[in-house]
Every structure is written in structure tokens, then in C-alpha cells.
Design a protein around this ligand. Sequence first.
Ligand SMILES: NC(=O)c1ccc[n+]([C@@H]2O[C@H](COP(=O)([O-])OP(=O)(O)OC[C@H]3O[C@@H](n4cnc5c(N)ncnc54)[C@H](O)[C@@H]3O)[C@@H](O)[C@H]2O)c1
Length: 414
Amino acid sequence: MMQVCVVGLGYIGLPTAAMLASRGHEVIGCDINPRTLRMVGAGQASFQEPDLQMLLSAAVQTGRLRVQATPAEAECYILAVPTPFGPGKQPDLSFVEAATDAIAPLLRRGAVVILESTAPVGATEAVTARLAAARPDLRFPRHGEEDAEAEIRVAHCPERILPGSMLRELVANDRIIGGVTEACARAALRLYESFVTGQCYLTDCRTAEFVKLIENSYRDVNIAFANELSLIGDRLGVDVWRAIELANRHPRVAILQPGAGVGGHCIAVDPWFLVAAVPETARLIRAAREVNDAKPDWVAERILRHAARFRDPVVACFGLAYKPDVDDLRESPSVAIAERLARQGNLTLLVVEPHVAALPPALAGLDNVTLVDMATACREADIIAFLVGHKPFRRLDLQGLLGKVVVDAIGLMR
Ligand SMILES: NC(=O)c1ccc[n+]([C@@H]2O[C@H](COP(=O)([O-])OP(=O)(O)OC[C@H]3O[C@@H](n4cnc5c(N)ncnc54)[C@H](O)[C@@H]3O)[C@@H](O)[C@H]2O)c1
């Protein structure tokens, strides 16, 4: 068993910390957000995720998971801090740099540092170089140069868990572990072997970084294809859902479903890291991002066109989360659609989002927006817009919507 310090207790760090504690590791979780620290310290999950609450309560009660505002000395460090993009869609590594600076003084000989945050190619080497600059007393590995004398091991192990199935996938998914050197990858493997039942594949850190970015770019490009088809189908008067269903009867075709756009902190962000690295070459990846980013406006336009036919239109948006059955509203296309409607249209906006108790900041200050339940929305709205395929929406009695205008961005009515 190891002492592990998990830096960043968000959607990735918290389940990882709780899982490690459940396997007997001694875990210190640290976060700069006081609310997160308060909640997690009291054994309270700071977001909804099946089984997380149970695992976390046990981890905190047994004392295997403790939290504090700054990192603690440990044998292994996992960095799970945000990696958003900044101005010009350039990767913003400031959180990774701050976390790196925070652990640097604590490193002792033999420590393993694992970057779990999704990062541009070269980031793990940059972390290593930053640590080396801060700790000239320790010998650090260099990419591609096996060095038996290196005293610190650094690796990148990107996360690919699916919100809603995080704990199951944390254990069952295959992992890619990319070391700055092979010895680094092997050192990181020892930790993952303690809870992963999937295969762990060892490689170098650059490849591991690239693998994560191309996984999410693959998803983005394929979703963009479906979203583009929805626009083309609309112009040509073809039901895109039926067309995709029929096309997928081809043994080598598997088109995804169109939606309201692409959100979350992964698929909507990570492809930009490739575009930023090689803008003149990553043309398809950029086009896909642009297609997906344009979809919320297209959906909003359609709703506004319908709304223009009413005197005092009441519009109900079903769903704010960036994907079905989660409470995560980050980068959500549905929030963007709701905000655009509320700001632009002369209308009353009802929002149904069973996974949140209050409107997000983008909508909270707007007088014409109210968070309501499904029944109220169905009763009072002239226009119903399905934006997210949450399970309760799928169980809705569609008979109750007779006489309403329905804008179905996600194929829920099919
Ligand atoms: N959420 C996902 O489904 C998912 C999936 C795969 C990969 N990732 C990647 O994992 C990384 C983390 O994502 P997330 O969704 O957990 O983000 P998050 O915003 O939910 O959590 C990050 C946490 O780090 C904390 N933090 C920021 N700077 C810190 C610092 N210097 N010291 C300590 N804590 C700090 C924040 O307060 C926050 O609680 C990102 O790179 C993301 O792209 C996320």
C-alpha cells in the first residue's frame, strides 16, 4: 500500500482518491476550493455520481482519505487539476503549473508523479522540467533516455471514465500509462494495478498524451458528422433520425446521433490542443469543433423562429446538463441555448433540469427564466425544446404535448 496525494478533488480526482482509499492506500486529497474541502472532509460528495457517496463515506470514516488545502508529502502524487483552453483556444496549463509548484518542495527520492489531467503533447515533459528546476538536489528522468540513476518517476496516465459510470469504469477500463522513461511507466503501473482490472498498456508520455487527445477528437469528429447531417436533412426536408437509422443498417456504417451541440470539459476542449499544436494540419479536427460549436445557435434560431409566431411565447427547455443523466453543466450547449433564448427573445423561459436545485449563473440573474418541474413546463409552455435526453424526459407522456410546438434537438420523440 502507498501514501498517495491526489491534487484536485473534482470529477476525476475525487472518485480516484476514494477508489484508492477503498483499496487500502493512505490518501491525502487536496484542493484549492474551500467548499470542496469542507464537503469531502465531511464525507460528502461534491457532485452526483452513482456509488461515489458510499465509497467516499467509507474512505473518510476509515481515515484512509483525509483532505487538506495543500499537498502533503507522499510516495505518489496524482495531478487531476483542470486543463481548460485560454484566449485563442490555446491550452491553459496554469493549473498544472500551480499544482506542480505545490508538490515540488515535498518530493523525496523515489517519488512517483502522475499527471492525470488531459494535456497537450509535451506537457508531462514540461512538468518534469519544472520540477527539476525547482529541485536541483534531485535527479529527474528525461524523455527517451533510460536513466537508472533517476530519483523521481514521472508519467502521464490520462483518464477516460464516463460520467454516470465513473466508478465502474475507473476499475474496468483499460489504461494507457505513458512514462517519461520506461522505468517511469512501470513505477506508475504499480499504483494502477492496485485497482484497475482492465489492461494497462505502457508507452511513453508523448504517445499517452496524444492518445487521449485523439480519442476525444475521434468522438468530436463523429458527432460533428451527425450534427452536420441534421442541418443538411433539415434543409432537404429529410427526417435525419430515420435516415441515420436506415444508413446504420449498412454493415460498416455506424453514424452517431445528432444533438444540441457538444459540451463538457473534454470533447469540447481537448481537440483544440491538437489544433493549437499544428493549426495548419489539424483541419478536419478544427472543422468538427466549429460544426459542433455552431449547433446550439442553430437550435436556438429554430426555437426563436417558432416563438415569433406567438404573442407572449412561453418556451420550455428540457435539460441543461451537457449530456444525459448527469448534473454537470460545464460548457453545456443547452445552457448556451437557454441563455440565448432568454436574452434575445421576447419570451418567458421555463427550464427543466431535474439534476440541479438552482439555475446556473448564466441564467440565474435573468428575470424571464424560471427553473420548473416537468409537469409545470408541459402545462404552461407553448414551445417545448428537448435539449438533453435525461431518463425522466424519455418517460414523458407525449400525449400531454398535443397542441404544443416541439423542437426536438436530440431525437427524443422517436
Ligand atoms: N470530467 C471528466 O469526465 C474527465 C474525463 C477525462 C479527463 N478529464 C480531465 O481531468 C482533468 C480534471 O478534470 P475534472 O473534470 O476533474 O475537473 P474539475 O474542475 O472537476 O476538478 C478539478 C479540481 O482541481 C482543483 N484545483 C485546481 N487547481 C488546483 C491546485 N493548484 N491545487 C489543488 N487543487 C486544484 C479545483 O478546485 C477542482 O476541484 C482535466 O484535465 C480534464 O480534462 C476529465
